[in-house]
Design a protein around this ligand. Structure first.
Ligand code: PMT
Length: 410
């Protein structure tokens, strides 16, 4: 059986050059056994012919809101109810803005408002348009309402520039759609995971950071994903590729990481903080490279907010798992952090001596929760992450699903 057999995907296409990739996505969805109905904005029709999409999907393509013949065949409300998932790919800056403001001035935007199915968007636009505060605000609004924003990727753009704004490739989008039906103990759970170091700038060329490679957090993202969750990874600078089917948001500083985490935490069911977040940042960022001169130089630092503690203190906080990197007194320090921050679980690792910890391929942790603990001995980080994820799933289930079907699955 194909992995998307019988799943009903409503694919919205708005007007951007990446629309040509949507034709490949329709073909791949169809091959995977999905039923696909395509809805195009008027601008999208300038980039790809409806007949192409009709042929590939095996269904008539919808475009007009007020089309009596199409309404007779399948009305727009019926179409909205038909969908198991709505994906808009490409989603242009204009379409994202219209959606964020709740406009319903064409068939596709109306369907997005009328459907109660999960709504995902794959943005595609010029890098400056993507970075514009208005677009960023609109994307945040849609994420906060529970929408999934997949991408964009970074790379060469049709306009000749390089940067973030490319639509994700069709195989990646297919993988993420399939994730909605991946069976596992964390199916239906939205997970947010932090990974890697943060970089706190001092001047244009210097920063404070640490030796975190991101390997532990990335392995956890893949493991939690394997258990069926929909995963967003908020990552500091690393050289790693995001695991398949995981949405990655790249940040530099602790404040950027905090902003990305807090804009999503309220709609997530699980938060795992594996990042090594800098506790301090420079009080002042020098505009120019600081010249050497005096023999003794003091740098004033200020505390960064504790992202993990803030998430755990949210009124409807997700199931929250922290990490503790300790050089001594592992149990006392880790349990202290778990209790003071109000965490469900904490994974404690010894760092600074012996194998494991920062920048190593292997690691060992002890997991603590209220009234229990488990030692997970030294092994490669992907295997360790699978063990940790399985224990998280067990405790998540015990806390919510087993007693209260209304869990915060996000
Ligand atoms: O990335 P690798 O090279 O694979 O290394 C993995 C690791 C050693 C970085 C990882 O296993 C680990 O221990 N991550 C947490 C490191 C850390 O910063 O620990 P901490 O004890 O200082 O912080 C406690 C917890 O609070 C952590 O979950 C941290 O993400 C979180 N925190 C800390 C400070 C802050 N301002 N905000 C936070 O959210």
């Amino acid at each position: 059986m194909h992995r998307l057999e019988g799943r009903r995907i409503l694919l919205g296409i708005s007007g951007g050059i990446a629309a040509y990739k949507s034709a490949i996505l329709v073909r791949e969805l169809h091959r995977a056994g999905a039923q696909v109905r395509v809805v195009m904005t008027r601008a999208a029709r300038a980039f790809v012919a409806p007949l192409t999409l009709q042929t590939l999907s095996g269904n008539v393509v919808h475009s007009e809101l007020l089309d009596p013949t199409r309404e007779a065949a399948m009305g727009h409300i019926e179409l909205a109810r038909w969908a198991d998932v709505v994906l808009v790919a490409p989603a242009t800056a204009d379409f994202i803005a219209r959606l964020a403001h709740g406009l319903a001035d064409d068939l596709l935007s109306t369907l997005c408002l009328a459907s109660s199915a999960p709504l995902a968007m794959a943005p595609a636009m010029n890098r400056e348009m993507w970075r514009h505060p208005a677009t960023q605000q609109n994307v945040r609004t849609l994420s906060l309402r529970g929408g999934y924003v997949w991408g964009p990727a970074e790379g060469d753009q049709a306009c000749g520039e390089f940067g973030p704004g490319r639509m994700l490739e069709p195989d990646e989008l297919l993988e993420r759609i399939a994730g909605f039906w991946r069976q596992g103990p964390l199916s239906g759970v939205r997970a947010l995971i932090t990974a890697g170091p943060t970089r706190e700038p001092i001047d244009p060329v210097r920063y404070i950071s640490n030796r975190s490679s991101g390997k532990m957090g990335y392995a956890l993202a893949a493991a939690v994903r394997e258990l069926g969750a929909t995963v967003t990874l908020i990552s500091g600078p690393t050289s790693l590729m995001p695991p398949a089917g995981v949405e990655r948001i790249e940040v530099n500083t602790a404040l950027e990481m905090r902003e990305q985490v807090l804009s999503r935490a309220a709609v997530c069911g699980l938060f795992v903080a594996a990042a090594a977040v800098s506790d301090y940042r420079a009080e002042q960022l020098a505009g120019h490279k600081i010249k050497k001169g005096v023999s003794r130089w003091q740098l004033a630092l200020v505390r960064n907010p504790d992202i993990l503690a803030e998430v755990a203190a949210l009124p409807n906080h997700p199931f929250t798992v922290g990490f503790a990197a300790e050089t001594h007194d592992l149990e006392r320090n880790a349990e202290g952090k778990r209790r003071s921050k109000g965490l469900d679980m904490i994974a404690a690792n010894l760092v600074g001596k012996g194998p494991g910890g920062f920048d190593a391929d292997d690691n060992a942790v002890t997991l603590y929760w209220e009234g229990g603990k488990k030692d997970l001995s030294l092994r490669d980080k992907p295997s360790l992450a699978r063990e940790i994820a399985a224990l998280i799933a067990e405790h998540y289930d015990a806390k919510y699903t087993a007693q209260d079907p209304g869990s915060p699955s996000g």
